[in-house]
Design a protein around this ligand. Structure first.
Ligand code: PMP
Length: 470
């Protein structure tokens, strides 16, 4: 078991990034409505890999080193879609192990990129296959372990060193940071390592302390805590917490109460925490912060409460911290018009200019397409749309010019398509379909202004949002 390391000693003591795991700060949340209670946040996002999972990555690897399951130069294998993979990749990089991660293909690109950047070999496999299928991610990990000499499959969901790390490091840190005065801890459960380890530690040192589960709506854990029954799980968007089965390494009897939080409230709470407290947490942070504030407000006597902040929000920039994603998923209301303007994913407005002027260069147009991850740009002058430039216009121009680099300096006006088909907002869905059939995107404008464009993806997203399956 790794013991808390002394990161306070001065530089020059040979400390590595691994020594910066743990000993995370505790801050008070002063701007949330917490009724009679004081609410504190254990800032696990400050770990070097950006999450609480660095602790267990280091703990599980060092335990395996100690008992000889992992030898120098060996291979670490894990089937994970998230933060444990990043933590393990970090530990493997610094300790010189080969790291193989098997990740299901629904995972965010950012997490996969971070693991690869840390030197891990990432195998992306199918999400939609049942346990036991040769392409299922845990089956693949077991198979790779069996075929690779010196390999160890970490199995965080079954690994007793996962909760043990929290019992030995996270628990004592919280106790000392709170000066031994603490009434409740609020956290989420994925593998249950965090809450099981903390529960075991505090049951010994502070038996009256309450362990509160923050659970996303759809997970079966909260209902199990409340009733002892297992129900059919649903689906949820919050990442890293909530389960559709009981966590094998967890001890659910340590949990005193559970609070269910909807995806919408979780994401709103996380975004709110950034604005009011300056804490940029991930989606599970939102669930936990919302549940913690709720629990605090329910109390009649003053209490001191700690909420766990499991990871940072940088991995969710393209999701919950992107206003367009929030609107696409239906988590925030946008102004609606009841016409084709509602299909425009990115409305043309003063906050976000996803158009180019005719006197911009092709290099600028290409840069903007890359920035917004789109393949065409309306050309706008004085609020009027005068053309459209897409990837094939750019390619044609650049390939036709012997001086390729010079061609990127040509003006958009000379390469754009000026013959435009536009639709008024009230043209209707059939008009959009007809426009797509001709191979065009639908440009929505009325006599006064250009509103934005509708692509096939926009229509698909809109249909998914607005037309639930029959
Ligand atoms: N939040 C996030 C973002 C996570 O990745 C995890 C780990 N799955 C948790 C919370 C829950 O931690 P644990 O596995 O210890 O229950």
């Amino acid at each position: 078991m790794n013991t808390p390391r002394d990161t306070q000693a001065g530089a020059g003591n040979g400390a590595s990034t691994l020594d910066a795991i743990g000993n995370t700060p505790m801050v008070e949340l002063r701007n949330l409505d917490t009724g009679p209670c004081r609410l504190f946040a254990k800032m696990e996002l400050f770990n070097p890999g950006g999450s609480i999972k660095d602790r267990i990555a280091l703990g599980m690897v060092e335990a395996a080193e100690r008992d000889g399951r992992l030898e120098p130069g060996g291979t670490i294998v894990e089937a994970t879609s998230g933060n444990t993979g990043i933590g393990l990749a970090l530990v493997a990089a610094l300790k010189g192990y080969r790291m193989i991660l098997i990740i299901p293909d629904k995972m965010s690109r950012e997490k996969i990129q971070q693991c690869r950047a840390l030197g891990a070999e990432v195998i992306v496999t199918r999400t939609d296959v049942p346990p036991g299928h040769p392409l299922q991610y845990q089956t693949m990990a077991a198979d790779i372990e069996a075929r690779t000499t010196g390999a160890l499959y970490i199995r965080q969901h079954y690994n007793p060193d996962n909760p043990a790390v929290h019992e030995v490091t996270t628990g004592p840190e919280i106790w000392s940071q709170m000066d031994g005065d603490i009434d409740a801890i609020v956290g989420g459960i994925g593998t249950a390592g965090t809450m099981t380890g903390l529960g075991r530690y505090f049951r010994k040192i502070a038996p009256d302390l309450k362990m509160i589960l923050a659970d996303p709506a759809g997970s079966l854990l909260a209902h199990y805590v409340q009733t002892g029954e297992l129900t059919e799980p649903g689906a949820w968007v919050v990442e890293g917490i909530g389960e559709d089965e009981l966590p094998p390494v967890g001890d659910m009897s340590l949990i005193d109460e559970a609070i269910v939080v909807s995806d919408r409230d979780s994401l709103a709470a996380a975004r709110g925490l950034l604005k009011t407290e300056g804490i940029m947490g991930g989606s599970s942070t939102g669930t936990i912060a919302a549940a913690a504030a709720e629990w605090c407000r329910r109390q009649t006597a003053p209490k001191r409460v700690v909420a766990i902040i499991p990871d940072g929000g940088d991995k969710y920039l393209s999701k919950m911290y992107d206003d367009h994603w929030m609107a696409d998923q239906g988590f925030v209301e946008r102004e609606t018009y009841g016409d084709l303007r509602d299909l425009i994913a990115r409305r043309h407005d003063e906050h976000e200019d996803i158009t180019v002027p005719p006197d911009a260069t092709l290099a600028i147009a290409l840069g903007k397409m890359r920035l917004f991850n789109i393949s065409q740009l309306p050309v706008v002058q004085d609020a009027r749309i005068i053309g459209l430039i897409d990837e094939s216009d750019l390619l044609q121009r650049v390939l036709a010019n012997a001086d390729t680099q010079g061609a990127f300096g040509d003006l958009v006006a000379t390469a754009m398509t000026a013959k435009l088909e536009t639709l008024p907002p009230d043209a209707g869905l059939d008009a959009v379909k007809a426009t797509f059939e001709k191979g065009f995107v639908a440009l929505i404008r009325d006599e006064n202004q250009y509103w934005g464009l509708v692509t096939r993806t926009d229509l698909l997203n809109w249909l998914r949002r607005n037309r639930p399956a029959a």
